[in-house]
Structures are given as structure tokens and as C-alpha cells.
Design a protein around this ligand. Structure first.
Ligand SMILES: Nc1nc2c(ncn2[C@@H]2O[C@H](COP(=O)(O)OP(=O)(O)OP(=O)(O)O)[C@@H](O)[C@H]2O)c(=O)[nH]1
Ligand SMILES: [Mg+2]
Length: 379
């Protein structure tokens, strides 16, 4: 059974968050209805949380803890798991403040996943040590990521990141475009870690598609770090596909919430295609836009596979329209290619070496693709 309580106040009460009267009302409902858990749709201070637990006699979870708990269930890669645990411990630490009962009261069920049962017995110092260790591990994992990325950079395969509000249909679109069997479900945050997959567009251009975690409004800023793996992918992407649940009445608000996050990441000016998804849920009369959807947008249905061809074509066109920077090594017997290069590319360096001419160039992606066997990959 789920019940909802609402209180309007000018300011949260410093000790209890809600008013004293509301707290007593909650206590009565907890006792009468046998409620197991109170979730507050806002962030509570450590003190407020403790006082509320005393005042209501019920386990309390705030918005941040609930979100972290969902992350803990979803994290799959090592980096994702490390980041979530780090965020959980950082959040838990000030909430330990000397009260031995605090930990045991947390026991069991939602809100306790991640740090794990045995770790709940840890004292602050051991948690601090664990945090230090997690930070070091993360550093190592990131370094490896960086290296993998550098290697990938040698070959100019553009990265396209799917971004959008949670539940917009990013994973469904990711699957539809790549025929991959990743989880997609009605659950919020069903993707936490970046998922990368390669696919070939109709114009033979290879791209890497990256599925990312959904954005939400009012994301507590202290857990933004837990997103970092995903956010990095977004930063490195050549193009963003902003997926919108066009059947939701709140799609405009959700779009602007995503816009905010993109701004925070400093990627608001990246090339972008807006994807208006779930048009199968719209009344027939509203689907006219399907063929010619305003401005830079494409309307489609990821789950029914409608409009995907249009999106693939569009992706190919967009990505081919700007150039890439590459290093090439042209053997002397193929030196005639140099004139083509001088026509189509901006040459940034040219060195005559023993086994050929080493050329640094900025050129259209399709030309780079044509010349791919001459690419010098770093490493
Ligand atoms: N009717 C309809 N439902 C869709 C469509 N695309 C996705 N869905 C449904 O929308 C829900 C959410 O889809 P996901 O692909 O998991 O959404 P997501 O954006 O990846 O969500 P997060 O990973 O949580 O951010 C699922 O129940 C999908 O089946 C569509 O084109 N039409
Ligand atoms: Mg998803």
C-alpha cells in the first residue's frame, strides 16, 4: 500500500523538515496503517532524518538515498559500481554521527543496498578508508578507460550518444538500431553504465552508439559524480541524439530539464538531432508531423521500428558533413593519393619518412573512411 502526504510550508523545519503537527500525523498513520517506510521527495539533513525517525518511529529515506539505491541495483560495470558505492558512503558518513543505533535501524530492504550488510557495522574510520580505496580504484579504472578511448581515436569512428529524460525510450532505440538485447523496461533508470555498440549506417559509415542513463529533474548535485562515466561519454560524443517521450504530457518540461544538464556538461552546442519518440501512442490526427517534423527533429516509434530508416539516413548525412583530424601514412607507391588529399583535405603536416609520407590532415569523414587503410593508429 502506498500513501502520499503533502505539506506546504514557507520553509522546511530545521529539526524535522515538516511541521511538528505533520510529524505526529505521520506517526499515527505509521502505527494505524503499519507503514514500513517513509520516503521524502527532497533531501533531508542528517539531523532531520534522525529526528524524523525518532518522531515517527519509522524508517526514513530521502530522495537522494532512493536514487542512489536505484543506481546500486542498476550499476553493471566496475566503474559504475565503484562510483555508486562511493556516493553512498559519502552520503552515509555524516549520517553516522556517533549514534550506534542508526546503522542497525537501517538494516534490511530498500535503502541499504550497496554498502552491504557487513559494511553496515563499519565505523567511520573504516568507511573513510574504504572511500580512499574506492577513489584510488576509480582513478585506475578511469585511466584504463582513457587509454581505450585514445586507441579508439586513431580510427575516426564517430560516437553518437543517446541522451534524454528517464523513460524516454533511449535503450529501446539503442536496441532497435543495433539489434542488441540490453535491458529496456518501464523501470526508471534502467541504464546506468554507458553501453557502447558499433553499427553501420546506410552510407557505409561506421558509428559507435552509446546508451546513457536517463536524466531527471532536480538531480541532487552531490550524486552527479556518480554519473561521471556516462557523462564523459556524452562529453566525448560527436553528436547527441536527444530522445523525447513525445506521448508524455510533460515532454516540454522534460526537454528543458535535459537541456539544463547538457548545459552543465558544457555540451549544449554539440551537433544534435531531436528524436520525438513513441508516436505510436499519439492519436492518428497528430501524426502528420511524422514525415516532416519541425526543424531538426525526427518523429519515430522505437518500439515499433517506425521512422528508423529516416533516422539512420539523417545520422549518416549529419556525421559526414563535418571533418575529422587524422594521421595517415602513405607508402611511396601510392603517392598519387597526395594530390587527392591536397584537393579534399586541409593538410596540417607532411613528413617524408623511410617507409612513406606521414600526413596529418583534416578531411571529410567519407574521405577518411576511403583512406582508412592508411590511418596511423596511436599505440
Ligand atoms: N509505445 C511505445 N513505448 C515505447 C517506445 N519506446 C520505448 N517505449 C517504452 O518506454 C519504456 C521506457 O523505455 P526505455 O527504452 O527503457 O527508456 P530509457 O530512456 O532507456 O529509460 P532509462 O534508461 O531509465 O533512462 C519501456 O516500457 C518501453 O517499452 C515507443 O516507441 N512506443
Ligand atoms: Mg535506458
Amino acid at each position: 500500500m502506498i500513501e502520499r502526504f503533502l505539506q506546504e510550508r514557507k520553509q522546511p523545519d530545521p529539526a524535522l523538515f515538516v511541521g511538528r503537527g505533520k510529524a505526529s500525523e505521520l506517526r499515527l498513520r505509521v502505527e494505524d496503517a503499519g507503514l514500513d517506510l517513509l520516503v521524502f521527495d527532497d533531501e533531508l539533513s542528517a539531523g532531520q532524518q534522525r529526528n524524523l525517525e525518532d518522531a515517527t518511529g519509522c524508517k526514513i529515506l530521502d530522495r537522494t538515498q532512493l536514487i542512489l539505491d536505484i543506481f546500486a541495483r542498476r550499476a553493471r560495470t566496475r566503474e559504475g559500481k565503484l562510483q555508486v558505492e562511493l556516493a553512498q558512503l559519502n552520503y552515509l558518513l555524516p549520517r553516522l554521527s556517533g549514534k550506534g543505533t542508526m546503522l542497525s535501524r537501517l538494516g534490511g530492504g530498500i535503502g541499504t543496498r550497496g554498502p552491504g550488510e557487513t559494511k553496515l557495522e563499519m565505523d567511520r574510520r573504516r568507511i573513510r578508508n574504504r572511500i580512499a580505496l574506492l577513489r584510488r580504484d576509480l582513478e585506475t579504472v578511469r585511466l584504463h578507460r582513457q587509454l581505450r578511448r585514445e586507441k579508439r581515436k586513431g580510427i575516426p569512428i564517430p560516437v553518437v550518444a543517446l541522451v534524454g529524460y528517464t523513460n524516454a525510450g533511449k535503450s529501446t532505440l539503442f536496441n532497435a538500431l543495433t539489434d542488441a538485447g540490453t535491458v529496456s523496461s518501464g523501470q526508471l533508470f534502467s541504464t546506468l553504465d554507458p553501453l557502447l555498440r558499433r553499427l553501420t549506417l546506410p552510407n557505409q559509415l561506421d558509428i559507435i552508439l552509446s546508451d546513457t542513463v536517463g536524466f531527471v529533474r532536480k538531480l541532487p548535485h552531490n550524486i552527479v559524480l556518480a554519473f561521471r562515466a556516462t557523462l564523459e561519454e556524452v562529453r566525448e560524443a560527436d553528436l547527441l541524439l536527444h530522445v523525447v517521450d513525445f506521448s508524455s504530457s510533460g515532454w516540454r518540461d522534460q526537454m528543458s530539464a535535459v537541456e539544463e544538464v547538457l548545459k552543465e556538461l558544457g555540451v549544449q552546442n554539440k551537433p544534435r538531432i531531436d528524436v520525438y519518440n513513441k508516436i505510436d501512442l499519439l492519436p492518428e490526427s497528430d501524426r502528420d508531423g511524422e514525415t516532416d517534423f519541425g526543424g531538426n527533429g525526427i518523429a519515430l516509434s522505437a518500439s515499433q521500428g517506425r521512422g528508423l530508416d529516416k533516422l539512420r539516413d539523417r545520422l549518416g548525412k549529419e556525421l559526414d558533413s563535418y571533418s575529422v583530424r587524422v594521421e595517415l601514412k602513405i607508402p611511396y607507391q601510392d603517392a598519387r593519393l597526395l594530390s587527392r588529399l591536397h584537393d579534399e583535405a586541409r593538410i596540417t603536416s607532411e613528413r617524408y619518412e623511410n617507409d612513406g609520407i606521414r600526413v596529418g590532415a583534416e578531411l571529410p569523414r567519407s574521405t577518411a573512411h576511403f583512406l582508412r587503410r592508411y590511418l596511423v593508429t596511436t599505440e
